[in-house]
Design a protein around this ligand. Structure first.
Ligand SMILES: *[C@@H]1O[C@H](CO)[C@@H](O)[C@H](O)[C@H]1NC(C)=O
Ligand SMILES: *[C@@H]1O[C@H](CO)[C@@H](O)[C@H](O)[C@H]1NC(C)=O
Ligand SMILES: *[C@@H]1O[C@H](CO)[C@@H](O)[C@H](O)[C@H]1NC(C)=O
Ligand SMILES: *[C@@H]1O[C@H](CO)[C@@H](O)[C@H](O)[C@H]1NC(C)=O
Ligand SMILES: *[C@@H]1O[C@H](CO)[C@@H](O)[C@H](O)[C@H]1NC(C)=O
Length: 203
């Protein structure tokens, strides 16, 4: 039974991920784009120092493997480094990719805390960090800028402490996976007021 729910949950997550993947970006101010893409590339190269991916300085950032830009090629909107065998302390550099909509680091060995700087990812829709070695506590600031957030999967990590109340402030949150961590306490009451249909809470 529990297994069935887990599978259904994974299936729903996949459905969401696929349906969200087809999305296009929202409009941005064009005059910023060159400057910001240079900064984004610097941030990705800084992040790369801690992981082993084949991103090279002489390649356009939109041609980095596992990086997806918007159609106009001036914003990085997706990074998918799932199942890449990466072993690294999570660096805060990805927080500079402020247009990022989907981050998938599923099935690696990222460790350390989820950086509070991720609060600057105000366009984030899908945050998939399950099956890594993240530790706690979970920073409330991550949920201070979550108006677009649809899916969070933090399952199968070593995150400890309380689940922040602020998680209830994410108005669009649809799926939340927290199982197999070291959380203590209750699921925060405000979660009952979200539109969420798919909660996989800690046991
Ligand atoms: C990116 O973010 C980090 C930490 O938030 C900051 O120290 C750094 O200067 C920023 N810029 C780049 C290009 O990485
Ligand atoms: C990305 O690579 C393709 C194929 O090598 C090339 O045609 C294209 O111009 C590159 N894009 C950018 C933005 O550099
Ligand atoms: C929220 O996200 C937006 C867009 O990325 C950013 O400009 C803003 O600084 C973020 N706010 C906080 C509190 O991090
Ligand atoms: C991550 O956790 C796994 C399973 O507990 C462990 O074997 C591995 O050594 C850990 N890796 C790091 C980098 O902490
Ligand atoms: C849920 O929303 C209702 C109506 O807005 C409010 O009265 C109630 O206090 C909220 N409950 C929680 C747990 O936030």
């Amino acid at each position: 039974m529990a297994m069935g729910i887990a599978f259904l949950n994974l299936f729903l997550l996949l459905l969401i991920f696929l349906s969200v993947s087809g999305n296009t970006d929202s409009p941005y101010h064009h005059h910023h784009h060159h400057h910001s893409l240079v900064q984004v590339k610097a941030a990705l190269l800084a992040f790369k120092k801690s992981v082993l991916v084949d991103w090279e300085d002489d390649v356009h950032v939109c041609n980095f493997t596992r990086v997806l830009c918007n159609q106009q090629h001036h914003r990085v909107i997706q990074i998918d480094l799932s199942s890449s065998g990466l072993v690294a302390k999570m660096s805060p550099f990805l927080s500079n990719l402020t247009a990022l909509q989907r981050l998938n680091l599923y099935d690696n060995q990222f460790f350390g805390i989820i950086p509070p700087e991720f609060s600057s990812l105000g366009h984030l829709q899908v945050l998939i960090l399950n099956d890594n070695n993240f530790t706690g506590p979970l920073s409330p600031s991550i949920f201070s800028n979550c108006s677009q957030l649809l899916v969070i999967d933090l399952s199968l990590n070593y995150i400890r402490g309380h689940i922040p109340m602020e998680i209830g402030n994410c108005p669009s949150l649809w799926a939340l996976n927290l199982y197999n961590n070291e959380f203590t306490g209750q699921l925060p009451a405000p979660l009952t007021n979200t539109t969420m249909q798919n909660i996989e809470a800690p046991a």
